[in-house]
Design a protein around this ligand. Structure first.
Ligand code: GSH
Length: 231
């Protein structure tokens, strides 16, 4: 069994977080691609939630991208990707949590509500507020960049990057926009987006648009199947 295996799915932004961290740390690993639309039966043994990413290290399982990445940073401490001091690490966790508990729900509300003009406008404004919070409470107070927490990349950057890569999808399909005052956030994306680990794992806008269309078609088909047949 190889020392490190990552169970992944090419289009998954959470798995991308971990692929970037493995690349940043120059770790050799086996990439096991899982077809999430046709999961092998053995996958349940590996992934208790049935999701990717999952890391297997020396036969032991770790899951949830944020936890995998912190595990990798502790297990392979060369090229550290977390601040050295406890407060710095707490700040890093606050911003990773902000991504999952505030930014992603705001994006999901916008994508889900975009067909209704009033819901779309409300969700666009809510997303702008979330971006402004990142700008003013985050980047502007945390130093001079160019990375989220300062001059060196940390897990925070790799936590957000996949979901800013997809911002063009939210713009194209749901009219998301960058507030004009979010200049540091834009600068962060331009700088962090130059990391080879990101360039090596990102996809084109066309790829993401196709994924989104396929996802929505599958959801619509599942909803139609779940609806009781009209009599
Ligand atoms: N909170 C999880 C989210 C992982 C996740 O939602 N992965 C998706 C693919 S992008 C998945 O495996 N979905 C399959 C399912 O929900 O059944 C993490 O950060 O790792």
């Amino acid at each position: 069994m190889p020392a490190l295996e990552l169970f992944s799915f090419a289009a998954c932004p959470y798995a991308q977080r971990t692929r970037m961290v493995l690349a940043e740390k120059a770790l050799d690993f086996d990439l096991v691609e899982i077809d999430l639309h046709n999961r092998p039966a053995w996958f349940r043994e590996v992934s208790p939630y049935g999701k990717v990413p999952v890391l297997r290290h020396a036969g032991r399982i770790v899951y949830e991208s944020a936890i995998i990445n912190q595990y990798l940073d502790e297990a392979f401490p060369a090229q550290p990707l977390m601040p050295a001091d406890p407060w710095g690490r707490a700040v890093a966790r606050i911003w990773m949590d902000y991504c999952d508990s505030r930014y992603l729900p705001a994006v999901q509300r916008l994508m889900a509500g975009r067909g209704d003009a009033a819901r779309r406008a409300g969700a666009q404004e809510a997303l702008r507020e979330v971006l402004r919070f990142m700008e003013h409470e985050g980047l502007r107070k945390l130093g001079d960049g160019p990375y989220w927490l300062g001059p060196a990349p940390t897990l925070v950057d790799f936590h957000y990057l996949p979901f800013f890569e997809r911002f063009a999808v939210y713009q194209e399909l749901a009219g998301a926009d960058w507030p004009a005052d979010c200049t540091r956030l834009r600068g962060w994306y331009e700088a962090a987006g130059q990391r080879p680990s990101f360039i090596g794992t990102r996809h084109t806008l066309d790829f993401h648009l196709t994924q989104q269309r396929q996802l929505e078609a599958r959801r619509a088909a599942a909803a139609a199947t779940a609806r009781p047949a009209a009599t």
